[in-house]
Design a protein around this ligand. Structure first.
Ligand code: NAP
Length: 489
């Protein structure tokens, strides 16, 4: 399959350079990197490949614009975000197609991401004018205490490939609303959506230097000097836990504010009093959205032994009906994985579970031919100790283990160093309330498989990260608190 003419036409309009100080520039040495379609393996376009010096130039621009942007009225900052939201709605079909082309998710899901990702622009356009502090007499009665909020200063935002739009807007939205200027580094695998979004910000009238974007094939080399630069004040990262840990160590040298949205290993607990149809609907969404490549993806299905077979059978029936293919094709519900490495890793996890005694109910194999495809898969009776229960699968594989009582379910669910999200299915309100307290995760879906919302605080505990994105909390990641004492005169 080759790129269709309307796809080629869209790709030809995407900026293919770095965005520094309000200008689209080629970067040092005019080096380029290629972006591929994971469904075909074909090159889509070549874009600028930034050097470490380009990264520092982007930081120079963010630093130069910082004072003026911080002093820009919150209403004006909010209106620019709102205009960008409106432009995104007008061009939503283009944004969705672009994501499907570079990342592979089915078009309907890409449309869903435009809605979800766009909401961060609208939400934070509204939050920009609600940055408040407090005021009061000190306890001694000798003066007034004023607590105010200030932008933290220039930020470095690093985003992953799996949600190319939403992971960018979830950081850029609150940073700009708070009055911070930013350097954004998208993943080399899916940089085009960020470049497209940057074009919308430019069209919306964002002042030069407030948003700078560097695409690179050498993320560590480019990032190291930016993080080491004392002018940087904040690092916000979404990606894997090992890279997050390494960046936290680097950030310590400058005592940077950090936000870390890291990996997950979500438990999906189905009790014997669950509505099984609701649980299967939830499982389909929690597992197969984004081809299983979400930090929030259900990773371990922990199902009561009395309903485990019925749950697996119903789920397998739905999985058999899925249509695998290029995300642009009509009726496709499962696209390719991001690359061949991801296919190989998914296969290894399934093979390890089966070798240890798990039963393969459906799927289990990579597809032959072009593109990075892996069949949607269900494995049951997964033995404890299997890699698939410990590692983030990041592929379309349901792995089911059984339990017999509530305490065991809680123990199994919490048996991980991660703590991003959990899913619980029960028709008992009392049990649901006990689970809210017992499960060690930053978020929980009670009888639902997808819960992300721009108005909600997204984030994890344990090794899933630090800080929250979205909600009223999101903007505080980009604000620092200042206390002033005014003695009575
Ligand atoms: P990744 O390999 O950690 O990469 C994430 C980002 O960091 C990319 O932009 C990557 O650029 C960059 N990067 C990698 N090594 C770096 C280094 N040494 N210095 C600076 N930047 C570096 O993760 P991924 O494979 O893209 O994304 C999948 C992971 O993200 C999963 O673990 C998933 O759970 C997690 N995730 C978490 C959330 C959340 O909100 N908690 C949301 C989405 C995804 P290059 O790829 O160009 O090298």
């Amino acid at each position: 399959m080759t790129t269709a003419p309307h796809e080629t036409e869209l790709l030809s309009r995407i900026p293919n350079r770095l965005f520094i100080g309000g200008e689209w520039v080629a970067g040092e040495g005019e080096k380029t990197l290629d972006v591929f379609d994971p469904a075909t393996g074909q090159r889509l376009v070549s874009i600028a490949d930034a050097s470490p010096a380009d990264g520092l130039r982007a930081l120079d621009a963010a630093v130069a614009a910082a004072e003026e942007w911080a002093a820009t009225p919150p209403r004006v900052r909010g209106e620019i975000l709102r205009r960008t939201f409106d432009l995104l709605q007008e061009r939503r079909d283009e944004a969705a197609l672009l994501m499907t082309l570079e990342m592979g998710k089915p078009l309907a899901e890409a449309q869903g991401e435009v809605t979800y990702g766009g909401e961060f622009l609208r939400w934070f356009s509204e939050e920009a004018v609600r940055i408040t502090g407090r005021y009061g007499d000190n306890p001694e009665g000798t003066g007034q205490m004023v607590v105010s909020q200030r932008p933290v200063g220039p930020c470095f935002l690093i985003t992953p490939w799996n949600f190319p739009l939403a992971m960018a807007t979830r950081k850029i939205g609150p940073a700009l609303a708070a009055g911070c200027t930013v350097v954004v580094k998208p993943a080399a695998l899916t940089p085009l959506t960020t470049l497209f979004l940057t074009g919308l910000f430019e069209e919306a009238g964002l002042p030069k230097g407030v948003l700078n974007v560097v695409t690179t094939s050498a993320s560590a080399k480019l990032s190291d000097p930016i993080i080491a630069d004392p002018r940087l004040r904040k690092l916000s990262f979404t990606g894997s836990t090992p890279v997050g840990k390494a960046l936290m160590k680097q950030a310590a040298d400058n005592v940077l504010r950090t936000s870390m949205e890291l990996g997950g290993n979500a438990p999906f607990v189905v009790f014997d009093d669950a509505d099984l149809d609701k649980a299967v609907d939830g499982a389909m969404a929690a597992k197969f959205r984004n081809i299983g490549q979400a930090c929030t993806a259900a990773n371990r299905f922990i199902v009561h032994s009395a309903v485990a077979k019925a749950f697996a059978d119903k789920l397998a029936e739905r999985v058999r009906a899925m249509r695998i293919g290029r995300g642009t094709d009509e009726g496709v519900t499962i696209g390719p994985l991001i690359d061949d490495k991801a296919v190989a890793k998914t296969g290894e996890l399934v093979d390890d579970a089966v070798e240890r005694g798990a039963t393969l109910v459906v799927g289990g194999h990579a597809l032959e031919g072009a593109g990075s495809f892996f069949e949607p898969t269900v494995v049951t009776g997964v033995p404890f100790g299997s890699d698939i229960l410990r590692e983030e699968i990041f592929g379309p594989v349901v792995s089911i283990v059984e339990f017999d009582d509530e305490a065991e379910a809680v123990r199994l669910a919490n048996d991980t160093e991660y703590g991003l999200v959990s899913y619980v299915f029960t028709e008992s309100l009392a049990r649901g309330q006990r689970m809210i307290k017992a499960l060690d995760t930053g978020m929980m879906g009670l009888n639902v498989g997808v819960l992300s919302n721009a108005a909600a605080p997204f984030g994890g505990v344990k090794q899933s990260g630090l800080g929250r994105e979205g909600g009223a909390e999101g903007i505080h990641e980009y604000l620092s608190t200042k206390y002033t004492l005014i003695p009575n005169s």
